[in-house]
Write a new protein. Structure first.
Length: 320
């Protein structure tokens, strides 16, 4: 949809829409560039403060996927007329806490009336344009590291259908609300070749996005993946999402399973994530040290989950 807009980009654009990267990067000078992104989501939990935190963490994540630092944000609010002012304030307060944790400043925002509640942020970050981390650039032999579990889509929808306990939903949302800031800072201490955050296109979609430059594929071992403890249980109970099938239709032809996956597992490869973790490609000799550093820094779900392979066609091999 955005590919036709490339002709409107100026020479200062370091990263535009060409590879579907996580954010745009605009050079101001040789050693300074802006990172620009925006996102918003529907409620993931009835707790408005925690919803605001998750929405903010989700919006801020794209800056971290690019190796950037958050500077400022604008609130993006689509609030129903019936939304109580106190609830709206709690949502914004949750978001503000995460922006402060990110070291950023809220400069304002925009609110419209909408039948469906939406909240998120337009985010500006900064990065050295010579050190931008893109979703392309992974090299054959690189190790793949993932920093958060997958399974948020079926958890959120399962809660809406009444099959997820309140305590289990809260635990997942609290992980979702954890910023990828620390993961980014640790990542930059190593020779990272590529990174992306796992969000709406699911694990398969965003992993395949790392192959857009050609010449590589990815191999992921399912047993190594961090997965929310009850995600497969929710799938087995029939929980799905509105994006699972479109994601499978878009990416499934390029996903190769080592054997027919169990029916309660396969949908999780396409499960849309909210505020997911970073998937990064780094030299294999640095992988163990990077995982240790992530865990020691508090990014406790981090795992080495696979490797980058040489491939004439972009593909994702999943070993189960």
């Amino acid at each position: 949809m955005m590919s036709g807009l490339v002709k409107y980009q100026g020479p200062e654009v370091v990263v535009g829409v060409e590879t579907g990267d996580d954010a745009g990067v605009y050079r101001l000078r040789e050693d300074l560039a802006l990172v620009s992104t925006a996102d918003f989501i529907t409620p993931v939990i009835d707790d408005p403060f925690l919803y605001g935190q998750v929405a903010a963490a989700n919006s801020l994540s794209d800056v971290y996927a690019m190796g950037g630092r958050v500077v400022s944000v604008l609130n993006l609010c689509a609030f129903p007329k019936a939304l109580e002012a106190a609830v709206a304030h709690e949502i914004l307060e949750g978001g503000a806490k995460k922006v402060a944790e990110a070291g950023g400043s809220i400069l304002g925002g925009h609110t419209v009336r909408n039948d469906e509640l939406l909240y998120g942020l337009a985010v500006t970050g900064v990065v050295d344009p010579r050190r931008v981390v893109r979703n392309v650039g992974a090299r054959a032999g690189d190790a793949l590291i993932l920093t958060k579990p997958i399974g948020t889509g079926v958890t959120i929808n399962g809660a809406r259908k009444g099959v997820v306990e309140a305590a289990d939903l809260r635990a997942v949302c609290e992980t979702m609300a954890q910023l990828n800031r620390t993961a980014c800072e640790v990542m930059l201490r190593f020779d990272v070749h590529a990174a992306t955050d796992i969000t709406g296109f699911g694990l398969a979609g965003h992993a395949l996005g790392m192959t857009r430059a050609g010449g590589i594929g990815l191999r992921i071992e399912w047993a190594r993946l961090p997965v929310y403890p009850k995600a497969r249980e929710y799938v087995a109970k029939g929980v799905t999402t509105g994006s699972t099938r479109p994601n499978r239709e878009a990416y499934g032809a390029r996903v190769e399973w080592s054997r027919t996956p169990p029916p309660d597992l396969e949908p999780l490869a396409y499960d849309p994530q909210t505020a997911g973790g970073l998937l990064m490609a780094i030299p294999p000799t640095q992988a163990d040290a990077c995982v240790r550093a992530l865990v020691e820094a508090g990014v406790t779900h981090s795992r080495m989950v696979g490797e980058v392979t040489a491939s004439e066609t972009p593909r994702l091999d999943i070993v189960v």
